[in-house]
Design a protein around this ligand. Structure first.
Ligand code: IPE
Ligand code: IPE
Ligand code: MG
Length: 265
């Protein structure tokens, strides 16, 4: 099923408006939060929230593909999430496995490349195997790069990078004076994807929870008031309009930015 040939006419119109509204983020990173509270509100077990959250993942991936977004990174499981009750962790891993198996064909038909960041060897064997198989299968695709953050935390990645870098210094293949920002980022799990332009967190929570700490230095942050299972393309569009209305100054002042773009003051 090709995503570009489907969609309601009203939705296509909304996408057209967004696309002509300005430069959309090249990389969107999302903290998918609030599945448990969504379920609790409905007197259902937490896992029902996670299950419904998969529906949001599918819709957001598809909408990003249709809009031509280059990179989408989803925080699916943090290093700290291993501390949750075992039953919830097991069910989350099962859901991940289910997603990887059932979506593979559609992702491939839509030119999506899959990537994963995090301590992947901590995942159950069957999940890790399916993940690597899926990544391989989709590796020649050139459209949206979908990165799943799994058993991931920003501090874990920074520490791991520092350790590898220190080993290189000890081996003599790297000298301390050559450790620039660019050099350092080449040691991170995210070395081959650009920094996020927009970070979205759902459920109204205003914290980073150890997500992409180095990479988010200049990300625009959008907090969506809804729980993740309720975050579908309409809510994404709202976040994108909000992003388009911002001025990204990167430490400079407005007038300098106008000069750079050649606009009159
Ligand atoms: C996000 O929803 C999913 C994961 C962290 C895996 P939560 O499970 O954190 O839901 P809340 O925040 O408890 O409502
Ligand atoms: C962040 O959500 C991790 C993921 C979305 C995978 P959490 O629900 O684990 O974060 P905290 O504990 O509320 O900060
Ligand atoms: Mg949460």
């Amino acid at each position: 099923m090709n995503w570009l040939n489907e969609g309601e006419p009203e939705d296509r119109l909304l996408q057209q408006e967004l696309l002509s509204g300005g430069e959309l983020p090249k990389h969107i990173a999302i903290i998918m939060d609030g599945n448990g509270r969504w379920a609790k509100q409905r007197r259902m077990p937490r896992i029902e929230g996670h299950r419904s959250g998969v529906g949001s993942v599918k819709d957001i991936v598809k909408a990003c593909g249709q809009l031509g977004v280059s990179y989408l990174t989803l925080y699916a499981f943090s290093t700290e999430n291993w501390k949750r009750p075992k039953t919830e962790v097991t069910l989350l891993m099962d859901l991940l496995l289910y997603y990887l198996k059932t979506e593979l064909k559609e992702l491939n038909e839509n030119n999506v490349r899959l990537n994963a960041i995090g301590q992947l060897n901590a995942l159950p064997k069957n999940v890790a195997r399916q993940l690597h198989e899926s990544i391989d299968y989709l590796s020649d695709n050139t459209g949206l790069t979908l990165t799943l953050a799994l058993s991931y935390s920003g501090r874990w990645d920074i520490l791991r990078a520092v350790q590898t870098l220190a080993l290189d210094v000890r081996r003599g293949t790297l000298s301390p004076e050559d450790i620039t920002e660019e050099k350092f980022r080449s040691y991170l799990n995210t070395h081959d994807i650009p920094d996020p332009d927009l970070m979205i967190r759902t459920s109204g929570e205003m914290r980073l929870s150890n997500f992409l700490l180095w990479e988010m230095a200049y990300a625009e942050i959008y907090i969506a008031p809804v729980f993740w299972p309720e975050f579908r393309r309409e809510q994404l569009y709202e976040g994108l309009w909000n992003y388009l209305g911002r001025e990204r100054r990167f430490g400079k002042i407005s007038e300098q930015l106008l000069d750079e773009t050649g606009c009159e003051r």
